[in-house]
Each structure stands twice: as structure tokens, then as C-alpha cells.
Design a protein. Structure first.
Length: 115
């Protein structure tokens, strides 16, 4: 039985596996093109989808404003930030009580400049 994860070759060393190797100028060009395509897939394509949906729904249905690609990117960024904020909140705000602040209590020596 053939499996790409278990080669039948007994001389094969698993430490010799190279997933991606940059060799010369063509490898560097491939890396640059891959990075550009990755950025495009993560940013430009969703922004274009948001723009098309906005223009199809808001502009055509409710005669609202038509948006361009950069505005679709801003809406996409807002959507991603809201999903990040509500799905996996790692930003926490801590508020101090007024009684925790120095100089709030009457007769507090720190308020009068005394130690």
C-alpha cells in the first residue's frame, strides 16, 4: 500500500525532508510571489468581497453610498477586529475605584503633601 507519509524506501531518513528550499534567484522570486499572493488572499480578496456585498445590498437596495476597494478593506478590518475582540478577547481594561487613588479620602496625608 502506498502512502505519501510512509515511503516504502528504507534508505529514506525522515530528517532529510525539505518542504521548501530557496535555491538561487528563481527560489527567491518564488518566495516573493508567494508572499504577495498570501497577502492578497488575506486582505484584498476579502475586501473585494465586502465591497461587492456592500454595493449589492446597501447601494442597490437602499440607495446608500457606493464604496471603493479601500473602504471595503476598512470594513473588512473592522469585521476582523470585532471577531477577534468578541471571539478571543485578550485586551482587558482595568478601572481603579476612586477609593484606590491617592488623595481621595478627606484627611489623607498624601493629599496634603505630607508623608
Amino acid at each position: 500500500m502506498f502512502s505519501p507519509f510512509r515511503p516504502d524506501d528504507s534508505d529514506h531518513n525522515p530528517d532529510d525532508v525539505h518542504v521548501f528550499e530557496i535555491r538561487g534567484v528563481t527560489g527567491f522570486i518564488t518566495l516573493i510571489v508567494g508572499a504577495i499572493l498570501a497577502v492578497a488572499c488575506v486582505t484584498i480578496v476579502p475586501a473585494a468581497v465586502v465591497m461587492v456585498f456592500w454595493n449589492a445590498f446597501v447601494f442597490e437596495t437602499f440607495q446608500g453610498p457606493e464604496i471603493q476597494l479601500h473602504q471595503g478593506f476598512l470594513i473588512w478590518t473592522l469585521i476582523v477586529l470585532l471577531i477577534k475582540l468578541f471571539a478571543d478577547p485578550q485586551i482587558h481594561f482595568e478601572f481603579k475605584q476612586l477609593s484606590d487613588l491617592p488623595g481621595d479620602l478627606p484627611g489623607d496625608s498624601r493629599r496634603d503633601g505630607k508623608k
